[in-house]
Write a protein that binds this ligand. Sequence first.
Ligand code: USQ
Length: 389
Amino acid sequence: MRVLILGIDGYIGWTLAQRLVSKGHDVYGADNFFTRRRVKEVGSESVLPIPQMSKRLTGFKDFYGKDVGFFRGNVADPKFMYRIMEQVGPDAIYHLAEQRSAPYSMIGLKQANETMVSNIVSTMNLVYASKDLNPDVHIIKLGTMGEYGTPNIDITEGFIEVEFRGRKDTMPFPRNAGSWYHWSKVHDSNNLMFANRLWKLKITDIMQGVVYGTATKEIEVSRLFTRFDIDEVWGTALNRFVAQAIAGLPITPYGRGNQKRGFLSLEDSVTCLSIALEKPPGEGEYRILNQFDQYYSVNFLAETVKEAYEKVTGMKAEIKHVENPRVEAEDHYYNPDHRKLQELGYRPSGELKKDVERMISDLMDHRERCVNLRSVIMPKTFWKRSSGI
Ligand code: USQ
């Protein structure tokens, strides 16, 4: 298939490109290097060194023997979106090109607005360009499990049957996000659902959990690494915990650390994303997939990293609960469904402990870089202190 990946320079985009080319698809990509710029702004960088795009593309061609058609530009610009849609004429488009950090969106009004505008507008551009130029394209849009929040009832995959005052209906599962970033994804889901109702576009809206890991089976061989962020704005829980241990800093569950989230490895993330492509929804269908392997508490993950680090390196790691910079429940019920991907053939690839040990070995090669980033690892972005103009 001809596949266009919006956000091909990112953590998942670059990894997915390698999976799809390995499976024989023709891959095109777009990126405006937003993440590279914004990560630099907070004084950080990817711990796994990543070369400039031109070098990445040459390395890709050398290893896989196939070019990736690359477009530099911003998908929040409608002209750019229409141009690439027209030039590529894809069978499927992955939209991975949104601002992806909850803490970034909570720094202040500027970042909140930037997140809202670029995320919502890019998805609007995508549905209009699809409708106008390529109405049969399959849109695979990355949303987040965080759209649901942590309700005190089981979470379904997108829709819930409701009985109220003697009448029944199937309705979108209530969304209750916990950052401006997560709310921007809720707004995207609403807009996608409506675009599907209007124009019968074929859409997979993916509610993905937190992704962790340094590599996939392709990267292990190609050595064409993807980015790996560990700072308090751009790094995510498990990846940060591993880097904290390596940098000689305490592992930091926020608050009581009993908050639970769905997690999956990078390997599983690209597996699920390629299943979504190869097992598409029906014509005119809008489907929601909850994409994660298992859910864990932050405390459990901190303990797992501590144990693995001590086993692999023979050195001590410390866990330290720090003031929670977020406004979120720290003790809550959590039981989200995640059956649909399994029904489509997804089987988790590994075991958490082994994955974590593997990450530790990969990152020990870059210990120096983790140590150099110590000053940007501890939390500084507090939801309640988000600044106005
Ligand atoms: N957490 C800690 N200590 C840390 C970092 C995080 O306890 O050092 C806690 C947070 O308080 C939160 C949980 O870990 O309860 C997850 O935080 P995170 O930073 O790993 O993930 P989050 O901000 O939710 O966002 C990440 C990605 C986002 C994706 C989302 C999936 O950045 O793009 O959409 O995971 S999910 O969490 O399922 O919504």
